[in-house]
Write a protein of this length. Sequence first.
Length: 158
Amino acid sequence: MRQPKRTPGGDALTSLVLPLFRLNSLLLTAGDRLVARLGLTSARWQVLGAIVQAERPQPVAWLARDLGANRQNVQRIINDLHRDGLVALEPNPHHRRAQLVVLTDKGRATFDAAMRLQTPWVNRLSERLSVKDIETVKRVVSALRKSLERSAEADEQV
């Protein structure tokens, strides 16, 4: 059977994937270094950010969905954050077993400290980039994410 031929868009996207993987790895490593002295990792910081961004307390499954992450991995991180006093688990009036995750005062202070560290770092990182280019990349990444989500949903229906 013949190998299917890529379209020009397929070629361009293929050449983008490896640099995106490398960028993701570098961002996670830099994030780990940035917040290590706060007792955080990039993953913990990301989960705290999802809790902060949520309009109201959410169960782990919803946080995982918002992050596009595996529920079990997010649960493990929530367990660590809970053990360290950064989040609390509260009863969920809509589901007995799916407790709601809320930030504690210590968790809020830790997240705020991480964001204070992030500000000068991200400002330095963006110095040689135009805002227009950053916004374009954001639109492209968002469109790719949506396309992948639709593709995953279609695969689940098959």
